[in-house]
Ligand binder design. Structure first.
Ligand code: AMP
Length: 196
């Protein structure tokens, strides 16, 4: 069992087409707060990002936003956070979000969500961190991406242990259990001539 004090959430700056996405974001924000876990996220008040943060705050949780100056200037930062950290750019933001947390969770989202998810997963593969990464699934949202990832495993581009180490949860309870009991995969390039 590992102690998870804070979780970084990546999710859409859009609300998505179905109300189930917002409901899921709110359920995760509420569950983290009730479990005494802080939430780290992109700091915006838009879409599912705003939903998860507002739910965390409403349930009395710590919510830390990490936002680049350029987005603050556009006045889309969430007005009610425990703390808003303003950083120079998107690279600094991802670094800071990774430093602050003990686990990563991706909820449904778009390009930015995928980019953040895959960077965190790349860093795990390389042993830059050894923190769990989870997909929070809503109505099979991640299935097409998982099919692509499975194809990459079959074709020898991703080691099975990295696919197996990816947590997939459909309820907040299952998510928190899986994060607490997770063990890190052996990073790539630790054995001579290892491929995937
Ligand atoms: P997307 O999935 O393309 O909507 O991008 C969402 C992800 O990118 C979030 O997890 C944020 O960290 C970042 N991001 C994108 N747009 C914004 C925004 N307007 N405010 C704050 N962060 C954003």
């Amino acid at each position: 069992m590992s102690e998870i004090s804070r979780v970084t959430v990546f999710t859409g700056s859009s609300p998505g087409r179905h109300p189930s996405y917002r409901e899921a974001a709110e359920a995760v924000g509420t569950a983290l707060a009730r479990a005494g876990m802080g939430l780290v996220y992109g700091g915006g008040d838009v879409g599912l990002m705003g939903a998860v943060a507002s739910a965390g705050r409403a349930a009395g949780g710590e919510v830390i936003g990490v936002i680049p100056q350029a987005l603050v200037d556009k006045e889309i930062a969430h007005p009610d956070l425990t703390r808003l950290e303003v950083v120079a750019d998107m690279h600094a933001r991802k670094m800071r979000m990774a430093e602050l947390c003990d686990a990563f969770v991706a909820l449904p989202g778009g390009i930015g969500t995928l980019e953040e998810l895959f960077e965190a997963w790349t860093w795990l593969q390389l042993g830059i961190h050894s923190k769990p990464i989870a997909l929070y699934d809503v109505d099979g949202f991640w299935d097409p991406m998982l099919a692509m990832i499975d194809r990459m495993v079959e074709e020898g581009f991703i080691g099975e242990r990295f696919r197996e180490g990816l947590v997939i949860a459909t309820t907040p309870e299952a998510l928190l259990d899986a994060l607490r009991t997770w063990t890190p995969p052996i990073p790539k390039w630790t054995q001579p001539a290892s491929s995937a």
